[in-house]
Design a protein. Structure first.
Length: 232
C-alpha cells in the first residue's frame, strides 16, 4: 500500500498528478492551515501575454483557518471570469472542445468550500486523464500529531507500507519516525517534460496548471506526465 499526502490544490500542475498516479491512495490534507499566495485557490496558465494566474476568490484568508474552513466568495461572479480567461487562452488549442464543457459544468455547481471544489476537480481530472484515483480527506479521519508524526500516523491509519513524498519532504521530515514505524519513504523526483504549448514566441513555460497540458495534448497527457517521473 502506497499513499501520498498533500494539501488540495486548485487545478494542480503535472507533478501533483504524477504523485497521485504513483500511489494507491491520495490523502487530501485539508485540515492544516491555509497558506496565502499558495495554490489552494489559484494556479498558473499560459496566455498570449505569458504566465497569468486564474483565481477563485475566497473569504477569510488566514493561516489560523484550516483549508477545509475556507469559503469561496460567491458574491463575485468568479465562474464567468475564470471561464472567460480559460477560453481566451485555450479556445484555439487542439483539445479545447474536449474538456471545456467539463469546466463549465464543474464551476457552476454550488460550491461553498474551496477544498470541496479542489478535490472534485482533482478527482474528475484524474479520471479524464485515465487515472484510477482513490482520495481520502484527512479532515474525516481524526489522526493526531503534528508535522512528521501526523504523516506517520496517517500512514498507519491506512496501513500503508510506503509513503510517497514530494522532493521537498527531505528538508522538513523526521525520517527516523518513519523508520521506527516500519514505513518506507520514497521521494518523488519529477522532471518537467516539455510538450506542445500555444504562443510559442513566449517559449516553453513549465509548471503550468494541468489544464495547459490537457488542452494541448489531450489523451497523450498521462504519458507525458509519467515521462518526467523517477523515484529516489
Amino acid at each position: 500500500m502506497i499513499i501520498t499526502i498533500h494539501q488540495p490544490e486548485f487545478l494542480p500542475y503535472m507533478g501533483f498528478f504524477d504523485r497521485l498516479a504513483s500511489a494507491d491512495i491520495f490523502i487530501a490534507l485539508d485540515n492544516v492551515g491555509y497558506e496565502k499566495n499558495g495554490f489552494v485557490n489559484r494556479n498558473r496558465i499560459k496566455t498570449r501575454a505569458g504566465l497569468e494566474y486564474i483565481t477563485v476568490p475566497v473569504l477569510g484568508r488566514s493561516p489560523k483557518k484550516k483549508i477545509d474552513e475556507i469559503l469561496i466568495d460567491n458574491t463575485q461572479e468568479w465562474q464567468r471570469s475564470l471561464l472567460g480567461k480559460i477560453k481566451a487562452s485555450y479556445a484555439s488549442s487542439p483539445f479545447f472542445r474536449d474538456y471545456f464543457p467539463f469546466f463549465e459544468d464543474a464551476f457552476y455547481k454550488k460550491w461553498g468550500k474551496i477544498s470541496d471544489l479542489d478535490i472534485y476537480l482533482i478527482e474528475n481530472l484524474g479520471e479524464l486523464l485515465g487515472m484510477n484515483l482513490k482520495i481520502e480527506r484527512a479532515s474525516l479521519n481524526k489522526v493526531a500529531g503534528k508535522k512528521t508524526e501526523r504523516l506517520v500516523n496517517i500512514c498507519k491509519e491506512f496501513k500503508a507500507k510506503t509513503y510517497l513524498s514530494g522532493p521537498g519532504g527531505k528538508d522538513y521530515m523526521d525520517l527516523d519516525l518513519f523508520k521506527n514505524a516500519g514505513i518506507e519513504v520514497v521521494f518523488q523526483d519529477f522532471s518537467q517534460a516539455e510538450y506542445n504549448q500555444q504562443f510559442s514566441e513566449k517559449g516553453f513555460l513549465p509548471n503550468m496548471s494541468i489544464i495547459d497540458l490537457m488542452f494541448n495534448e489531450g489523451k497523450n497527457s498521462l504519458a507525458i506526465i509519467k515521462s518526467g517521473n523517477k523515484k529516489l
